[in-house]
Design a protein around this ligand. Structure first.
Ligand code: TGC
Ligand code: FAD
Length: 395
């Protein structure tokens, strides 16, 4: 065994994946970790209990370069690679999935489509302001009657000269109650799906908040309602049409979640391990019982497998070779892994596992959303099934 694996150290890099990272990767990870430990960890439980998004943190996330880290620096991005992006989401979700949600949406679902599908004027107008945290964005794909099947969407717009008139609604939208802009997917008069940038303040546009969530309580979730909203034609994303527009964005966000889930799993594993070493029952620490050791050994094994999956996916993504099915495998596996570890860790803490003094119950509740959004666990299985057999089983 490696000499650094002492009985008291917490080594969650069991296969020394750090050796595969560059100096820049490690620096980015350390900067995020420091900010999270200093500014987020001390307040997150209180905000989650109050069911409130800590809005002031938008500035902190911007300062560490969490918004648009892979986009070119000329637009305010970080010019980094996808491993760096993954490490950022991992360190944020180590604290709270809701905080990672806010960052995923801003980076992968708002900035990325404006960069990839937008005009030069749209890039110049929005990207630097989103990167600096001056603006917060949201992404509207899901509708009340169309979640897993966005191809059935009803939200639509009609041509009215220099602008279009948008009608419809979106449901379950992260950041919507606070967002300054929304990237919205809607049908044109020919029935083709297009992306539009809708700005807060446009007449007929409202963003009611969804209350009473048991999950992602520190994240703001809401609706987007469009009642004859006049959107200037210059706000339509010109370089994409069809469902591949929103699905292309999802590839990036799902990739970030595959890394983020590892963060939540690490936090649960480390908490449970420390507790087991300190909690004495029947005259010895519970970590000394074989049943508890089995849980810890299996947790570390699953975390290590997930780390390797995420790292390899990151290198494929850097080379532009990561496929949708590969991303589905990683999102599906890693989120389920994190949820299983969170549930086992909670049991290891006994009654203490259910209180907010420890982060585990919050992670479990958060991960129940993470396993549902960005494509449910079953939808990702069907994406893999289609890849394996060539037969789609969605319909
Ligand atoms: P299908 O026939 O397979 O494809 C339709 C068109 O899209 C193209 N395509 C893709 N293009 C780019 N990237 C991808 N990943 C793509 N996947 C498919 C495809 O080539 C085709 O193009 P064309 O030109 O021929 O039209 O589509 P389908 O209708 O059969 O649906 C497939 C299915 C079920 C996999 C898809 O609809 C799906 O992934 N559903 C899940 C919906 C989902 O994930 N929603 C997420 C909403 S956003 C969110 O949850 C944010 S949470 C954020 C947070 O807080 O972190
Ligand atoms: P449904 O599609 O109604 O699915 C219900 C069940 O049926 C699921 O178990 C599903 O797997 C299963 N099912 C569906 N179709 C099939 C099939 N063909 N075969 C087998 N089983 C099937 N959306 C956005 O656009 N933007 C956001 O920012 C956003 N943020 C979110 C934040 C939160 C907290 C949550 C909970 C959701 C968010 N979503 C967002 C929506 C999310 O993407 C959807 O909830 C998700 O895609 C599932 O859609 P649904 O809830 O309508 O469930």
């Amino acid at each position: 065994m490696n000499s650094t694996h002492t009985t008291t150290s917490i080594n969650t890099d069991f296969y020394e994946i750090d050796d595969l990272l560059t100096e820049e990767h490690r620096l980015v990870r350390e900067a995020v970790r420091q900010m999270i430990n200093r500014d987020v960890r001390p307040i997150i439980e209180e905000y989650a209990q109050r069911s409130e998004f800590p809005k002031h943190l938008i500035q902190n996330f911007a300062e560490i370069g969490a918004f648009g880290p892979t986009l070119p620096v000329e637009y305010g991005g970080g010019g980094m690679d996808y491993i760096a992006y993954g490490l950022i989401t991992q360190e944020i979700e180590r604290c709270d999935s809701g905080m990672r949600s806010a960052v995923s949406v801003q980076s992968s679902l708002v900035m990325w489509p404006i960069y990839a599908y937008g005009s030069e004027a749209q890039r110049q107008k929005y990207l630097p302001r989103l990167a600096s945290g001056e603006m917060l964005g949201c992404f509207g794909l899901t509708e009340p009657s169309h979640g897993s099947n966005p191809a059935g969407m009803l939200t639509h717009f009609t041509d009215a000269g220099d602008h279009v008139v948008l009608n419809g609604s979106k449901l379950w939208i992260t950041n919507s109650p606070l967002a300054d802009i929304a990237v919205v997917w809607a049908r044109n008069e020919q029935g083709r799906i297009q992306g539009l940038i809708v700005e807060r303040g446009m007449e007929g546009f409202s963003t009611p908040e969804i209350h009473n969530k048991w999950s992602l309580r520190a994240s703001a979730t809401g609706e987007l309602v469009f009642d004859n909203v006049r959107v200037p034609k210059e706000n339509i994303l010109p370089n994409i049409e069809g469902l591949q527009g929103p699905l292309g964005c999802l590839d990036n966000a799902r990739y970030g979640i595959a890394w983020g889930a590892i963060g939540a799993a690490l936090d649960c594993y480390e908490t449970a391990r420390q507790y087991a070493l300190e909690r004495v029952q029947f005259g010895k620490p519970i970590a000394g019982f074989q049943l508890q050791q089995k849980k810890l050994a299996e947790m570390l094994t699953e975390i290590t497998k997930a780390q390797l999956l995420a790292w390899r996916l990151g290198t494929l993504k850097n080379e532009g070779r990561a496929t949708t099915a590969q991303i589905s495998m990683a999102k599906r596996n890693n989120v389920e892994m994190a949820l299983n570890i969170a549930r086992e860790a909670r049991q290891m803490l006994g009654g203490m596992g259910i209180v907010g003094d420890y982060p585990i119950m919050r992670h479990i509740m958060n991960l129940e959303s993470v396993i549902t959004y960005e494509g449910t666990h079953d939808i990702h299985l069907l994406i893999l099934g289609k890849e394996i057999t060539g037969i789609q089983a969605f319909k």
